[in-house]
Design a protein around this ligand. Sequence first.
Ligand SMILES: [Zn+2]
Length: 340
Amino acid sequence: MVQQAHKHELVEVNGSCVDKTRSTYWFEDATLSLHIEDTRFRIHYSLISRHSPLFRMLATSEGEQTVVLVVVEGSGVIAGDHLSLTVKEPVLASDLDALLGHIYDQDQLMETSGFPRVASILRVSSRKQLDFPEIHAASRCRMEELIPAKPLMLNPETHPLYEALEIANRYEFPQIRKAILYMLVTIHHFEYEEMNSDHSVGTSSAPDTQPDETAAPPAISPSSDDSSLSSRDRKICADLLNRLISHFTPTLYTPATGSHMGCTDRFADMWMPCVIQPSFEDDGVYKPLETLEKIKGINWVKEGICEACAEEKRQEWTEEQDKVWVKLDEWIPSTGGLVT
Ligand SMILES: [Zn+2]
């Protein structure tokens, strides 16, 4: 189906008529008219086709041509006096605006563009949309600079987690996706439904310092503040929460042991006030990376542990962080087949 021809809407600005359906990218000396949503672009075919195999495939004539974007699977067809450009995903005019800004104005995609602009260029330059491979690759690199793939470096106040997760799901950034899903589990306040009140985990009642490893992990029901997540991602987060708790509970509730009897005794004495008690206050049981970072940050020598044991344990806790990070690859299903 071909979009209907757009009405030209003329408005008066500073005494002259301006067509408000025209994009900023409207060049009188250009020959390619492109209609996307309610916006019309008039751009230089030779410049655009240099960047995009999709545009190179258009059967072109020397003269002016109008191209209407059609979203279907398949190849381009000629409809009436318009060429139709066929794409697999809807294209936003604002995204094309950002892309043309990059092409025409040489704005510095690599260095200064923020997330919304990079996301626009990433989408519109993808193969599912207008297919600008080199620009797409550059926008991927910039995206990886903008959104750290390490959860301890992600900040929910400065990184747009939900929008970035959508991009990561759709355009295959597995490491960014993993970091964001982990972060969402730790900030989302999923609720516990305790299966067994004798084995409460992460609540205000004090558990045994020796965990009962046979206890069923608490079942999770997502709370109401996760509406920005797809139902699939909600399920992944809920599942991840259970796995993180099951994995981390023994480490958290079992006092560390030192190489010396005295150090082991001291760890046993100090584990509850230094580690377990604080973990109740910030739900540390399902935040292994953060909790281990805090445990590493405790001045254990001051708490009576010898230098050698304190250093050895710090290394072990770092290894445990790495182990959790690797485990997440098993626990998070891939996006394969998610996006069509
Ligand atoms: Zn020691």
